[in-house]
Design a protein around this ligand. Structure first.
Ligand SMILES: C[S@@+](CC[C@H](N)C(=O)[O-])C[C@H]1O[C@@H](n2cnc3c(N)ncnc32)[C@H](O)[C@@H]1O
Length: 229
């Protein structure tokens, strides 16, 4: 079994109690094993914090594949995920991660952090906001990031927070680095989606879109962005 080098394993990443602490049995595909439990947790958190969770159910594996397609996992040395939730994208990232690549997941919801830390014991998670990316990278001795996988609920985030997040992304990503996020097809015509597209075009040299993932509920697509070299 792959064991991450000490530098990759969580240091001050997660300090809460977890029922799974110490179970180094490789990443548990919890959503596959307990899809109903995972969906119920997600829905519960949505009911408690609809604006920060931003969706009633986790993304599909098909959307995760569309999100990760542009990332070169063979050469990546650091990957950051914003808003991993119950791990829909994390699971696919974990399956592709090389031993040389560090992963840091930044999640605002403490229940999700607890689940992630138990489900993916080889990966590092911090409880906090993507807006504090610079401080979180510094605390982990990470200078730069090759790719950022983002599950943030853009439609419900205040514009000032969105701008702070994009400023942090710009500082952290290496030249040519990849940023992927997703949008729901049904929301494309809403002002929040226009605002996001404007921010993406302002922040990146290239902004593209994956084909629509019709199997996701609701149908969604990935925005694929690249920082200028
Ligand atoms: C739409 S859900 C996506 C979850 C997961 N990536 C997926 O696709 O199933 C949004 C996630 O972003 C998290 N989130 C919201 N605001 C955040 C912030 N400022 N920083 C980090 N995570 C945040 C929520 O707690 C939630 O887990």
């Amino acid at each position: 079994m792959y064991r991450a080098p000490a530098a990759v394993r969580p240091r001050r990443a997660f300090c809460g109690r977890t029922p799974y602490a110490g179970r180094m049995i490789g990443d548990r595909d919890d959503q596959a094993v307990h899809p109903t439990r995972t969906a119920a947790l997600f829905l519960r958190q949505f009911v408690q914090s609809p604006r920060t969770v931003g969706a009633v159910m986790p993304s599909s594996a098909a959307l995760a594949r569309a999100m990760l397609a542009p990332i070169d996992f063979a050469s990546a040395r650091t990957i950051v995920e914003f808003g991993p939730g119950t791990g829909a994208f994390t699971r696919e990232i974990s399956a592709r991660l090389t031993p040389e690549c560090r992963y840091l997941g930044i999640e605002l919801n403490p229940e999700f952090v607890r689940k992630l830390a138990g489900g993916f014991p080889r990966l590092s998670f911090v409880h906090g906001s993507a807006a504090d990316l610079a401080q979180m990278l510094a605390a982990q001795d990470i200078d730069s990031v090759d790719a950022i996988v983002c599950g943030l609920p853009w439609a419900t985030l205040p514009i000032s927070l969105q701008e702070t997040v994009f400023a942090g992304i710009d500082r952290a990503l290496v030249p040519g680095g990849v940023f992927v996020t997703f949008g729901y097809l049904q929301s494309l015509i809403l002002p929040a989606a226009w605002a996001l597209r404007r921010l993406l075009r302002r922040s990146f040299a290239e902004v593209g879109r994956s084909p629509v993932v019709w199997g996701n509920v609701p149908p969604a697509f990935a925005y694929i962005c690249r920082k200028r070299m």
